[in-house]
Design a protein around this ligand. Structure first.
Ligand code: MG
Length: 252
């Protein structure tokens, strides 16, 4: 995309949301598939868990459900394959097995370029905020190990903070609040999944997707992504220009 096309994407977004300009203060980052290369382990664990109890599934569908709560994902498959919701006991058992397998398969690898993007955001004077549906108890320690000095408990929205997970806008609205009671035109979102993109878009925030998984770019655009890139390295290369454009575009 050339500069003129990018300017036009930003302007169209401002018009659509009745903003006159951006006033960027924060960048809200999704975690799985954006900062950590954890989605293949999530998909593999879900698939094996469902295979074990004889629930028909496709490996790709778990990428579509990314961001949903475990309960919601289980109920979607139960409803489709068995024509009923799962019981509370079934949900607990299935989710425990999925978590057990994920712990086994997940290697904790970060996405190449993620650290550089986070550091660049900080250098530009913007606040990086984490917005994830994940509820791992030791998340802050893990983040501090991999991305030292970037996130604190005050700049994280996790499964423990929200009542409604993605695709509801609540996690991103809470992210704006934690970033200092910001308005939607004071932040941008970095996402990789359709439901997260939908949530950010419903919150009125300009969303850049980094397509690190098997889904099509088209699917992410349909969910509301303004720009779709293909790696965090590509985002790192383009972010200075994108931030500069966001600084100068105005609707008269
Ligand atoms: Mg994600």
């Amino acid at each position: 995309m050339n500069r003129q096309e990018l300017i036009s994407i930003f302007e169209t977004f401002l018009r659509k949301h009745n903003y006159t300009r951006f006033d960027l203060k924060a960048v809200l980052f999704d975690m799985d598939g954006v900062l950590y290369d954890s989605m293949p382990a999530h998909a593999k664990s879900w698939k094996q868990t469902m295979d074990e109890i004889g629930i028909n599934n496709s490996p790709e569908e778990f990428y579509l459900h990314e961001g949903r709560t475990g309960e919601s994902t289980i109920n979607i498959l139960f409803q489709r394959e068995l024509g009923r919701k799962a019981s509370k006991e079934e949900i607990e058992k299935i989710y425990a097995r999925k978590t057990e397998l994920f712990t086994r398969y997940n290697e904790g690898k970060t996405i190449p370029g993620a650290k550089e993007v986070l550091e660049l955001v900080k250098r530009k004077g913007l606040t990086p905020v984490l917005v994830t549906g994940s509820g791992q108890p030791s998340l802050i320690d893990k983040l501090n190990d991999n991305f030292p000095g970037i996130f604190s408990r005050d700049t994280m929205v996790t499964a423990f903070d929200v009542k409604k997970g993605k695709p509801h806008p609540e996690p991103f609205l809470m992210g704006l609040e934690k970033a200092g009671n910001l308005k939607p035109n004071q932040a941008i979102v970095i996402e990789n999944a359709p439901l997260g993109t939908e949530a950010a878009t419903k919150a009125g925030i300009f969303t850049i997707d980094v397509n690190t998984g098997p889904l099509s770019d088209e699917m992410l655009k349909k969910s509301g992504a303004q720009i779709v890139l293909h790696s965090m390295k590509e985002l790192e290369e383009n972010l200075p220009d994108l931030l500069e454009i966001a600084r100068v575009v105005k609707i008269e």
